[in-house]
Ligand binder design. Structure first.
Ligand code: FES
Length: 593
């Protein structure tokens, strides 16, 4: 054998599998122009960390480590990684954890949504760049799970989601509290001068009682439930709180399952099918999930080449009641949901509405997993379909001349008195205008008016911040007003409540009709007929557009430039246009729901 037929370490060169067939540590070799040398060098470096050839022969499972001192929602990351590694080793794999960026809601300026796509690109590219046969995605805080699912969907290898888990609830003067519905409630009481500075400081110590994600049905809990409904977690993976033994056991099982997925080449495209997305839409409606959930689902589906059909989502909502009694639509917290059996209890109740043949990461179908979870037990967190906490799905989709591309309202968290309402527009041109004027005593506003906030959409702010929860003007709050109709092109935290119309598409910053609303215009909202109407003629809107043309925001350099040039609208998930799948495969659901 000539020296050219051998590896530098003496092994025959033909032992190097062709790139497409390579597995484990031999996958995705660095390009040095000599694949044998590339593997030789790679092994030399990893052996510097003390690995043996026997270890390096195993299937490699990557673990995405999103621990960060800035992200207390991921504060249990070391324990989770430990347990995932144990699971991988028990199943005969080789665990390799690696970092990606981590995004926390309160530590991300201007808003975490601005960074979600960056995190998804980081996730996708590091999965592609490094050798792994499967990947465990560990996320929890609002944007991290969607970012990871988007990135993994594009990377295409076997992937499994591990949720960090919810925080525990705290206690303020005998009242149970948890982030973040109670954060907003107490802050509203402070603004209305019902409680003083000492009490609000006490509350601040109790709202987040441990590491973990928000304890109500906010975006984090919503995405945890959606991940399980999509079949992307082990059964029961959504609900265990962050600091419990159950959460650690889920982590170990996730590691074990990842090795099986690697061996069986259970790639993500076999899990993220139209049936799985439709199941996730059902679950989003039935849990009274965050409105952000639909934006993230649209982005994840877009990575697989599917468009979420908002009209169909609305039709599905009419026969999908809200069953989960969690704040802000109900009374309980995530740990109660876990004690009530978690997602198995909900899915069992939703069974007639689900695609039971959808495959999950276990290699079994969703229907099989529901059966395996047993018959259930008496509990009061998941209602039977005959006695829902809200008769329709949590989210309704609105259309009209103010939102030709659609808008949404979380009807289960809205004031029933305001869901059929017409009123005078009180307009704020952007977030700064809002901050400057909302609390002024001379603001011309009554409880019957409709607050309109412009330029907080995907390009407007940019990043579509959760500023759609416009505060009640202080003078109305002081007078005891608890809700008022609010409309914007922004988002709202899933932990918020009120009669709030969001995601108005197209947004004001790209010249949508919202840009041309003026003080005193009349707006009609009818949730029953799913309409949002601006009582201004098309001719007048065109005249206003010509009078004050909209200039789209731009940036000189960096990520902001990329963001503003490539971000799409809310109905497409606020993803970058170049990150969507190259070919559109159809709508979800394709049957009209
Ligand atoms: Fe992380 Fe709420 S801030 S889940």
């Amino acid at each position: 054998m000539s020296s050219e037929d051998q590896h530098p370490d003496g092994a025959p060169r033909h032992d190097i599998a062709p790139e497409a067939a390579a597995t484990g540590i031999s996958k995705g070799l660095t390009h040095y122009g000599d694949r044998g040398f590339s593997l030789f060098l790679r092994k030399a470096f990893i052996k510097g960390a003390g690995y043996t050839d026997a270890a390096l022969d195993r299937p490699v499972v990557g673990i995405v480590n999103t621990g960060s001192a800035y992200n207390p929602c991921h504060g249990n990351m070391p324990q989770l990684i430990d347990a995932v590694r144990r699971g991988i080793m028990l199943a005969g794999g080789l665990p390799m954890d690696f970092p990606t960026i981590s995004v926390h809601e309160s530590f991300s300026a201007p808003t975490s949504m601005y960074l979600r796509n960056l995190m998804s690109m980081d996730t996708e590219e590091m999965i592609r760049a490094q050798p792994m046969d499967a990947v465990v995605l560990i996320g929890g805080c609002d944007k991290t799970v969607p970012a990871q699912l988007m990135g993994a969907a594009s990377a295409g290898i076997p992937a499994i989601q591990l949720i960090t888990g919810s925080m525990l609830t705290g206690s303020h003067r005998g009242e149970r509290v948890g982030a973040c519905t109670d954060c907003r409630r107490y802050w509203g009481r402070f603004r209305a001068e019902e409680i003083d500075a000492d009490e609000i400081a006490d509350v601040n110590n109790q709202l987040v009682a441990s590491v973990g994600t928000c304890s109500v049905m906010g975006t984090a809990s919503t995405m945890a439930c959606i991940a399980e409904a999509l079949g992307m977690t082990v059964p029961g993976g959504a609900s265990p709180p962050a600091v419990t033994a159950d959460r650690i056991r889920v982590a170990e099982q996730t590691g074990e399952q990842a090795v099986r997925m690697a061996r069986e080449r259970l790639t993500i495209d076999r899990i993220l099918t139209p049936a799985a997305f439709e199941n996730a839409m059902r679950v989003l409606l039935a849990i009274g999930g965050s409105t952000n959930g639909i934006v993230h689902l649209a982005a994840i589906a877009g990575r697989m080449g599917y468009d979420i059909d908002l009209a169909a989502l609305d039709r599905m909502g009419r026969d999908t009641p809200v069953l989960l009694d969690l704040k802000p639509s109900g009374d309980h917290y995530m740990e109660d949901f876990h004690h009530a059996g978690g997602m198995a209890t909900l899915l069992r109740e939703l069974k007639p509405l689900l695609h039971l043949d959808a495959l999950t990461v276990t290699g079994r179908t969703l229907g099989e997993e529901i059966e395996r979870a047993g018959p259930g037990f008496a509990q009061d967190v998941v209602r039977p379909r005959a006695h829902p906490i809200y008769p329709q799905g949590g989210i309704a989709v609105l259309r009209g001349n103010l939102a030709p591309g659609g808008a949404i309202i979380k009807q289960s968290a809205a004031d029933p008195r305001l869901m059929e309402h017409a009123g005078r527009a009180v307009v704020f041109e952007d977030a700064e205008d809002l901050a400057n004027r909302i609390d002024r005593d001379d603001l011309d506003v009554t409880a019957d008016d409709i607050l309109v906030l412009k330029r907080i959409g995907p390009k407007g702010a940019p990043g579509m911040p959760e500023a759609g929860y416009i505060p009640i003007p202080r003078k109305l709050a002081r007078a005891g007003v608890k809700d008022i109709v609010r409309i914007s092109d922004g988002r709202m935290s899933g932990t918020a409540f009120g009669t709030i119309v969001l995601h108005v598409t197209p947004e004001a910053a790209v010249g949508g009709p919202l840009a041309h609303v003026r003080d005193g215009d009349r707006i009609s909202l009818s949730v029953a007929s799913r309409t949002l109407h601006l009582d201004v003629s098309d001719a007048e809107l065109a005249r206003r557009a010509a009078e004050r043309p909209v200039v789209e925001p731009t940036a000189e350099r960096g990520y902001r430039k990329l963001f503003l040039s490539a971000v799409n609208q809310a109905d497409q998930g606020v993803d970058f246009d170049f990150l969507r799948a190259a070919h559109t495969r159809g709508k979800v659901p394709n049957s009209g729901g």
